[in-house]
Design a binder for this molecule. Structure first.
Ligand code: GGG
Length: 352
């Protein structure tokens, strides 16, 4: 099969990890006779500073025909964060109904958790984050700016389509794993949107009688992810809570630099998007030390989504073997001193 993938390196370390991962991914595709064409889009904060927008007006139209999208990162010290996020990543996730954000977390052999006494495989769960609405809707406004009476209103939006889609994806995943789902909300405080969310979970649950559902408020869930991460298997959460919990999840499994993410339209009407969980990380941009593994693992999710599981497994094996090898190069975020390029070359060599 031949695939046409859109690549948006974006900001900060985005271009560094996307470029490096490409070399590994091309090798893996080649080994399996999979033809890979990429089209690169230089959208992001540089474009915003030069031309006033993160992506062109017809950006979604240009992406629409691709089989999938790879995004590096968004965020720039000279551009407000809400401009970068709403101007690129959220335009794509919302415009393409990528309701489902899947973020797996795994403690690999050779990687040290900051939590005591956790060994390889002890932490192994996946978070399903609602990806298009909730607390990330652009509804609200500011009035009387600069006056004592100034007000800001920020609304959250929960639709049946957006909520049911993420909840169903999470139940599907739970049925394929250990039949355990943790539903994370804050429905004691947010008595409209999140009680609606709980109602949808209860409705969909009737279709999955074998799945056991645990309910946790997000404050308790944050504590328990640190206290007993081994007991989580599939977690479903709103956009904001999923965003926060997956940074925590990445940290307890060794590094944000290892964490992959998918933004999926389950109807497949639109292309889905794959990106490392980490952002632009301007503190290390240009130093050549960003970890490319989060991006390589995002390509792994991409190939699984496109049905090319052999390519995905080849990428997975290269990562697993490298992390387990005490002599392999590793970037500083996981305790090494190696450069991105050295890690990339080593991953590529493992595929050869
Ligand atoms: N590659 C992920 C990325 O660039 N994240 C930047 C960010 O701020 N993301 C917020 C979000 O995931 O909603």
């Amino acid at each position: 099969m031949a695939y046409d993938i859109a690549v948006i390196p974006g900001d900060g370390i985005g271009p560094e990890v996307v470029d490096c991962a490409m070399a590994v991914v091309e090798r893996a595709a080649d080994v399996h006779g999979v033809s890979l064409k990429t089209t690169w889009y230089d959208w992001g904060s540089r474009r915003y500073l030069d031309e006033g927008s993160m992506m062109p007006d017809d950006g979604l139209e240009r992406l629409r025909g691709h089989d999938a999208i790879v995004l590096g990162a968004v965020g720039h010290p000279d551009v407000p964060d809400h401009v970068t996020l709403h101007g690129l990543r959220l335009k794509i996730t919302k415009g393409f109904k990528q309701h489902v954000c899947e973020r797996p977390t795994y403690l690999f052999e050779g990687v040290t958790s900051p939590l005591r006494n956790y060994a390889s495989g002890d932490i192994d769960f996946v978070v399903y984050r609602q990806n298009t609405e909730g607390e990330y809707t652009h509804i609200g406004g500011r009035e009387y700016e600069g006056f004592d009476s100034e007000v800001a209103i920020q609304s959250a939006l929960f639709t049946r389509e957006g909520t049911e889609t993420i909840v169903r994806a999470a139940f599907d995943a739970a049925s394929e794993r250990d039949n355990e789902l943790t539903n994370v909300t804050k429905s004691n405080a947010q008595a409209h949107g999140m009680v609606f969310w709980d109602d949808i979970v209860a409705e969909v649950h009737r279709e999955y009688p074998d799945v056991e559902v645990e309910r946790l408020l997000v404050d308790a869930a944050s504590m328990d992810l640190v206290r007993r991460p081994e007991q989580f298997d599939v977690v479903v959460a709103s956009n904001l809570f999923g965003d926060i919990l997956t940074d925590l999840a990445a940290a307890i499994s060794g590094s944000l630099g290892l964490a992959p993410s998918s933004n999926v339209d389950p109807t497949r009407e639109h292309p889905s998007m794959f990106e490392p969980v980490h952002g632009s990380a301007f503190d290390i941009t240009g130093k050549g030390i960003a970890n490319p593994i989060g991006t390589v693992r995002s390509w792994e999710l991409l190939w699984d989504h496109l049905g090319e599981s052999a390519v995905a497994r080849t990428l997975q094996s290269a990562v697993v073997e490298q992390l387990a090898d005490p002599n392999a190069p590793r970037t500083p975020d996981i305790g090494g001193e190696a450069k991105t390029e050295a890690v990339t070359n080593d991953l590529r060599a493992r595929i050869e």
